[in-house]
Design a protein around this ligand. Structure first.
Ligand code: SAM
Length: 261
């Protein structure tokens, strides 16, 4: 069965044996673990994952690929194939017996950010996640305060997870080749939040407003939400820009809002 890559499903299939080997070595899967692969495609990662003896659930949107996977892996009782949209999939329903899920995926670029946040809604049942994403997105996820790449994605992802860029994946590793460099990121949900936040929705709101116009000072970008004097009372400089604030600073701002709500 040959499959022609579909652009609308973000299909860039991994073909580099070296990259596949490096991914499998760095994730260190162990036989008693429960893994979930998002977008298995034609099985480039699925096959070596199954060989680790793990239980593997895969979620694939393209029905042609689901049929291909069912045929290709019919002799593997440890594989469970789910046909559907990972954005609507209830991952918590897979976690059983207190065994946390390990998640992996060479993600379709068009849904990568909402999908990561969808998974993080169930962070309590996830051990870790490894994703191949556009390198630019990985850089933003992992960026520290003060960096040009630091923004809403960095703050919100770092609230939920420890983040680490493992290695770059060049376009030549895929068929068809994407136009941009990719990278693999490791996300490990925090056991306990690194900062105390009263409302994640308010944290998200403050961070979104603060970065909506990066060049503006906090005094201006947060004008609609918080007075300049209240910002200063938190020991945060109102003339600073969002990009220098730590996660702890954003937590203080959002907690102030939650107290006055
Ligand atoms: N894992 C394969 C590989 O590395 O060669 C395929 C990766 S390809 C970049 C992305 C895969 O995600 C495709 O198989 C695509 O059909 C699938 N996909 C796209 N949107 C999806 C969605 N919303 N839910 C689940 N799978 C999706």
């Amino acid at each position: 069965m040959t499959h022609i890559a579909r652009k609308r499903f973000g299909q860039n299939f991994l073909t580099s044996y070296t990259i596949i080997y490096n991914i499998i070595s760095s994730i260190e899967a162990k036989p008693d673990e429960h893994w979930v692969e998002i977008g298995p495609g034609q099985g480039a990662l699925t096959q070596p994952l199954l060989e680790q003896g793990i239980r593997l659930d895969v979620v694939e949107l393209d029905r042609d690929l689901v049929a291909l996977l069912k045929e290709k892996f019919k002799t593997y009782p440890n594989l469970h194939i789910h046909s559907g949209d990972a954005l609507r999939f209830d991952f918590s329903a897979l976690a059983e017996d207190d065994k946390k899920l390990r998640v992996i995926g060479n993600l379709p670029y068009n849904i990568s950010t909402p999908l990561m946040f969808h998974l993080l809604d169930n962070a309590y049942c996830i051990e870790d996640m490894h994703f191949i994403l556009q390198k630019e997105v990985v850089d933003r996820i992992c960026a520290a305060p003060g960096s040009k790449k630091y923004g809403r994605l960095s703050v919100m992802m770092q609230y939920y997870c420890a983040t680490e860029l493992l290695f770059d994946v060049p376009p030549s590793s895929f068929d068809p080749e994407p136009k941009v460099m990719s990278a693999i990121v490791r996300l490990v949900p925090h056991q306990r939040p690194p900062v105390q936040v009263n409302s994640v929705a308010l944290l998200n709101r403050v961070v979104t407003e603060a970065f909506s116009q990066r060049r503006k000072t906090l005094r201006n970008s947060l004008k609609k939400l918080i007075d300049e004097a209240d910002i200063a009372a938190l020991n945060i400089d109102p003339s600073a820009r969002a990009e220098v604030l730590s996660l702890g600073d954003f937590a203080k701002l959002s907690n102030l809002l939650s107290e006055s709500a």
